[in-house]
Design a protein around this ligand. Structure first.
Ligand code: SF4
Length: 716
């Protein structure tokens, strides 16, 4: 028998924004072959203390499989030809040449990047520097636009800076927990277990769940408000009206720490509980009960997610919820505050490095002259190099590709032909693009067929860097095994292309922009940009994270530890230190039902699957809970239409159609139907639920209304 060397590597789960710590167990045989043998929860990680959900527990199964991996770079000379394997040198030279050629001919905004909240912070940083610092375009957006951008805009407008004021310990301190558009039992299971434990310890803790569906989270609520889709603002306005009427405000807090309440109060006069409840389709008494529980609670915590964010009015939904906290002084103290739960593992880290079309590094603004000058100085760029024009956000980015304004798009670690709204338009865009680069670990996504250049990326278990979870905690991600074939870390691929473009485009004598040659050095660059900012991490580097474990930001150079809660002193990140109320009138969903499209389609997650199933779809055990796709309909609606469970249904919207088997469930309200977002073209004859979804975006956050569309359902 050959000797086997065993070892454990501390890392972080690659799925949701809870950011659970894991121990990856691996083995290497005498011939040097490495493999991951198991994964367990890290008992020392403060997010999960050893717990994992079904997805985390099966990480080893998904990581072991090489089936469907991209193992070598591939190029094609022209459309219609198959891609052929090439070596890295040719692939990198070709990508650099095509991108710089397009920039030379059409200008920097003819190029765009569409990246991912699943990239590590270091990957994100290098992509952002290539786009904004070297090429001079802000056309770099990410799938976090589909996930968190309304939460970002809400925080910035209300508090003056992005990022939640709360931490996971608040889950244990809260006396009233308000879930808004969050099925945490499925989407953030380990946090949900912490909440369940807290409630078991103190039965006086009350849960209010606002969700049109009776989800597993709602089924455990003390009060479930099954509101009509998209009516959240009317509900929050009605609750605040009641709090004002009953004198349940913290007037001292409002006077000392906020502005804008008088204007909002004026608007709220018309939002009586009765009128608001009527809009929401719930009993007025239930709305009043929710307001009373919230307003009289010693510590009210709200947890919110895609139900608020994925909306054409997502920013207003976030603001109207934050108003409840500001008006009652429920922020900045244990167990209280508005807590956006991040969908992806590193949506927060991407925001920190400014890796989106509408922001600059370290929460700076693209349109702010002083902010651009600061970044130019730190990146040693000539003054005026950074573009003052905000880039194209996800939906408009692919629209611009389709219109021929953007000629080349580089897509990394994401599958827009599955996850974007109205994917028929995305397919058309990629067909029309002059050049499409896809950088991914997996070859079987719906986007890969459109790639002119396919670049093999290392994935979880094979790469090194950091991620930031929902409570602003930065954790290390570490490689346990070598990447297979010729796969490389994302930062390395981007840096190699960037260096080649730099050699061609940069001014003679300019300092090299991409000198950092390891994740730790890239993190150091990122850290330098944060100093003096609200997310200052001047006191952190990889070595300290290795020695002391995961840390929350801010963590300035002179700090002994990170800051668990923000705004505890009542000083917010606005110019005058005061939080802002905004006027938030209720507006209906972007697409109303009609005689042709009489049903409201809602989308959401399954318990055991993740996004487009590139990874969870490789683990048979994860299909046990929900073995196949389906469309859920209320039994009364099905009976009225003469439909039976199991029949194949064609779901049709103004944009497209797909076929799913019918499931009957009284979890959904009559008049609504529900389908999971996960199933893609690998499992269906079409591309999944986004064949029919709605591309209307929130004007401020530019996040699309993926949660709701008007559809009709007919027998297939
Ligand atoms: Fe991973 Fe999220 Fe599950 Fe934790 S809760 S194990 S981070 S998927």
């Amino acid at each position: 028998r050959l000797p086997i060397e065993r070892r454990s590597t501390r890392s972080t789960c690659c799925y949701c924004g809870v950011g659970c710590g894991v121990l990856i167990h691996g083995a290497r045989d005498a011939q040097g072959h490495e493999r991951i043998t198991g994964v367990e929860g890290d008992p020392q990680h403060p997010a999960n203390f050893g717990r994992l959900c079904s997805k985390g527990r099966t990480l080893a199964d998904s990581a072991r499989s090489l089936h469907g991996r991209v193992l070598q770079p591939e190029l094609r000379r022209q459309r219609g030809e198959p891609r052929r394997p090439v070596d890295w040198g040719l692939a990198l030279d070709t990508v650099a040449e095509r991108l710089s050629g397009i920039v030379e001919r059409h200008g920097p905004d003819a190029v765009a990047f569409y990246i991912s909240g699943q990239l590590l912070t270091e990957d994100y940083y290098v992509f952002n520097k290539l786009a904004k610092g070297l090429l001079g375009t802000n056309n770099i957006d990410t799938n976090s636009r589909l996930c968190m951008s309304s939460a970002v805009t809400g925080y910035k407008l209300a508090f003056g800076a992005d990022g939640p004021p709360t931490c996971y310990e608040d889950l244990e301190h809260a006396k009233t927990v308000l879930f808004a558009g969050s099925n945490a039992a499925y989407a953030h299971p380990v946090l949900f277990r912490r909440l369940e434990d807290a409630k078991a310890r103190d039965p006086g803790v009350r849960w209010i769940v606002i969700d049109p569906r009776r989800t597993d989270t709602a089924a455990m609520a003390d009060l479930h408000l099954p509101i009509q889709p998209g009516t959240d603002v009317a509900l929050f306005n009605g609750m605040l009206h009641h709090l004002i009427w009953e004198g349940l405000l913290d007037q001292r807090f409002i006077d000392a720490h906020t502005t804008g309440f008088a204007e909002l109060k004026q608007l709220l006069r018309e939002y009586t509980p009765r009128m608001s409840a009527e809009i929401c389709g719930i009993p007025a008494n239930d709305l009043v009960t929710a307001a009373e529980w919230f307003g009289r609670s010693p510590a009210a915590l709200s947890l919110y997610c895609m139900g608020l964010n994925q909306s054409a009015h997502g920013t207003d939904k976030n603001l109207a919820l934050i108003h409840l906290h500001l008006a009652t002084g429920q922020v900045g103290r244990p167990g209280a505050g508005p807590f956006s739960l991040t969908g992806q593992p590193n949506a927060m880290g991407g925001r920190e490095v400014g890796g989106m079309a509408t922001m600059l590094a370290a929460h700076r603004e693209i349109t702010d002259d002083a902010h651009r000058a600061e970044v130019e100085a730190l990146w040693t760029l000539a003054p005026g190099t950074l573009s003052p024009k905000p880039g194209l956000a996800a939906v408009e980015l692919f629209d611009a590709v389709r219109a021929g304004k953007v000629k080349a798009v580089w897509i990394a670690c994401t599958n827009p032909v599955h996850s974007m709204p109205d994917i028929g338009q995305v397919r058309e865009a990629l067909q029309r693009a002059e050049y499409v680069i896809v950088q991914d670990a997996f070859a079987d996504t719906d986007t890969v067929p459109y790639a002119d250049a396919l670049l093999p990326a290392a994935t979880w278990g094979e790469k090194d860097g950091t991620v930031t979870n929902s409570e602003r905690r930065i954790s290390r991600v570490r490689a346990a095994v070598a990447a297979p074939g010729q796969a490389k870390p994302d930062w390395w691929i981007v840096r190699e292309v960037a260096r080649r473009i730099e050699a061609r485009l940069a001014a003679p004598g300019a300092a090299p922009l991409f000198a950092a040659d390891a994740p730790a050095a890239i993190f150091d660059e990122h850290r330098a940009l944060t100093v003096g900012r609200d997310l200052d991490i001047g006191g952190l580097d990889h070595a300290r994270l290795d020695d002391d474990g995961p840390q929350q930001w801010p963590f300035p150079a002179d700090a002994a530890q990170g800051q668990a809660r923000r705004y505890g002193d009542g000083v917010f990140a606005t110019a005058d230190g005061r939080a802002r109320f905004h006027v938030t009138p209720y507006r209906p969903v972007a697409e109303q039902t009609s005689a042709r499209f009489p049903l409201r389609l809602l989308t959401g997650r399954l318990r055991d699957q993740w996004h487009g199933m590139s990874r969870t779809g490789r683990v048979p055990a994860l299909f046990a809970h929900s073995p196949e796709p389906g469309l859920r309909m209320h039994p009364d609606d099905a009976a009225r239409r003469g439909l039976k469970a199991g029949e194949l249904m064609r779901i049709v919207s103004k944009r497209g159609e797909l076929v799913l088997p019918l499931e009957l469930s009284d979890e959904v309200l009559s008049g609504t139907v529900f389908a999971a977002m996960h199933w893609s073209g690998q499992y269906l004859s079409s591309g999944g639920i986004n064949e029919v979804s709605q591309p209307a975006v929130d004007a401020r956050s530019r996040q699309p209304e993926l949660k709701h569309a008007a559809v009709r359902v007919e027998k297939a």
